[in-house]
Design a protein around this ligand. Sequence first.
Ligand code: ADP
Ligand code: MG
Length: 344
Amino acid sequence: MSAEKKLTQLSEVGEFGLIKLLSNKITIENKSTLKGIGDDAAVLDFSGKQVVVSTDLLVENVHFDLAYVPLKHLGYKSIVVNLSDIYAMNAKPTQVTISIAMSSRFPVEAVEELYEGMRLACKRYGVDIVGGDTSSSIKGLIISVTALGEVEKGKAVYRNGAKLNDILCVTGDVGAAYMGLQLLEREKQVFKTDPNMQPELENYEYLIERQLKPEPRNDAITFFAENGILPTSMIDISDGLSSEILHICEESNVGCRVYEDKIPLDPDTDRFARELNIDPSIAALNGGEDYELLFTISPFDYEKIRNNPVFSAIGHITDIERGTFLVARDESEIPLEAQGWRHN
Ligand code: ADP
Ligand code: MG
């Protein structure tokens, strides 16, 4: 980098200056937001709707690595992971608050970059930034986002409503974000050994995008609303398909059969997993960070989604006594584990 603009130290603008800088570009879209940034607290009015709240904490070098995550992407993703939790309740996200702590190693421009990604995600999903907190940290960057959303009374979908014979479904495809992470990690190691090497990320743009810039499944929630569908249970896939299936089964006191050959994989996920000698099904079941929705639906409602390419039926709900199993391609039954499954 030569002749670049001089970067601004955080100490030059101070906490209030920084808040002003960040909040200047924020606009309000939801009528439920009566008062946003600028007072001691935001004021919201949900006029009779139920309010859904979810928080996530992201810590540098625990949840993200700035060696290969651009700040704008990090901002975008830190919003998306929270919106995904709100959608997983069958709710519509409406507001977020954003708290950040960062060390003096981050110039003002870095924080603005982070916020640009955050604003972009909020705009895309029609969400207002209504407050937050700003602090310095001794080391590294810490981001906490709280998302609020609204849902009509009786329409919130929990993890505990799955019933015998319900169909287990998933949106989109799974395992790609995990394979994207493997790719980025591999290139980071290559870069460490030879800084002159250019990363080889071509041909796998989809995997990289799934890792760096995931999108939440608001389309599924809209489809449910427009077609009078109420899933019996739902969860978003942050820790991995297998572990989320077990959450639903545990909370609902049921068992399940999940069919390996029904798990939706993108061809790139399959190809890159094989290249690394990883079983693609393991990547899909254990991978995590897909931010797809996993849900159960009554066989009657299933008719309404079966022809929609967004959704894949991957199994069904059984009595709890029958356990939680993956039916492998060779028809053997393998117990699902929080970290995927083990071959016998
Ligand atoms: P307080 O002293 O009450 O914590 P602050 O000076 O921290 O107030 O914040 C002033 C206003 O700016 C508040 O409305 C707060 O919600 C908002 N705010 C502070 N930090 C952020 C941030 N990182 N993102 C969005 N809003 C923020
Ligand atoms: Mg404050």
